[in-house]
Design a protein around this ligand. Structure first.
Ligand SMILES: Nc1ncnc2c1ncn2[C@@H]1O[C@H](COP(=O)(O)OP(=O)(O)OP(=O)(O)O)[C@@H](O)[C@H]1O
Ligand SMILES: O=P(O)(O)OC[C@H]1O[C@H](OP(=O)(O)OP(=O)(O)O)[C@H](O)[C@@H]1O
Length: 212
């Protein structure tokens, strides 16, 4: 007998691309989450259930096994350090994590860095031998150097539009990012055939890397 697979899907910007990928793989997830407030979507006809979560919480749901698999950006996966299996690079929501500053930024003795990713940023600057104070923010990170909260920021860059419109410069790239399919360790053993078949279906429709 096949068992139901619970999937933690990130709401927000990844949802559209991830749901498109599922539909291309023959799994009929609803294309748009904005029109409804329903957070659990059951698809008993194909033995799947979708949980719509805040992106940063996806690894938590998967680690605790309330979702068998989930979709999450590599940025969040590394920042959260949850105990999950990374199964597939889905090639969607491609961007990079970079160190960013105003054009006149100069290295100084006492430096502050603002970011949504305090763990990754602290590790990066430690490895670079740079002593910095990391300040955690939850969004609009590019504001921090503009209004004097921080000297530099660590944030995501996709098109570069946010940097251009705020007169900021990318100094170094830390990491290339895409969304990943992750699995709970126990589910991966107990529901292996079902998880593997989702994996196989998705891997056939992963977009080919173009550019950046
Ligand atoms: N500009 C971008 N281009 C491509 N991918 C991005 C971009 N910004 C974020 N991502 C990816 O999408 C994921 C979710 O983005 P983000 O954290 O901005 O969430 P959101 O969808 O806006 O929801 P929330 O703000 O509620 O967390 C990130 O973890 C990252 O992997
Ligand atoms: O290079 P771009 O194409 O301009 O994309 C980069 C921007 O996208 C993300 O912000 P998001 O839209 O998630 O807003 P927030 O982090 O400020 O909430 C990221 O934090 C950058 O600010």
């Amino acid at each position: 007998m096949t068992q139901t697979i619970k999937v933690a899907m990130p709401k927000g910007r990844i949802y559209k691309k991830a749901s498109e990928l599922f539909r291309e793989a023959g799994i009929p997830v609803r294309p748009d989450v904005d029109e409804s407030r329903k957070l659990v979507i059951e698809l008993p006809e194909i033995g799947m259930e979708f949980i719509l979560a805040k992106p940063v919480d996806v690894p938590t749901y998967v680690e605790y096994g309330v979702a068998d698999i989930g979709i999450v950006g590599k940025d969040v996966l590394l920042e959260e350090s949850r105990d999950v299996y990374e199964l597939l690079d889905l090639g969607i929501a491609r961007c990079r994590m970079s160190v960013i500053a105003l054009p006149d930024w100069m290295p100084g003795i006492y430096q502050r860095v603002a970011t949504k990713y305090p763990n990754l940023a602290s590790q990066y600057f430690r490895e670079q031998g740079q002593q910095v104070e990391v300040i955690k923010l939850n969004g609009s990170i590019e504001l921090a150097p503009l209004i004097g909260l921080a000297d530099r920021i660590v944030d995501l860059v996709e098109t570069g539009q946010t940097l251009r419109e705020n007169g900021l410069m990318e100094r170094e790239t830390i990491l290339d990012i895409t969304s990943r399919l992750v699995a709970n360790r126990v589910s991966y053993r107990m529901k292996n055939a079902e998880i593997q078949s989702v994996c196989d279906a998705l891997s056939k429709v992963i977009p080919v890397k173009t550019g950046i």
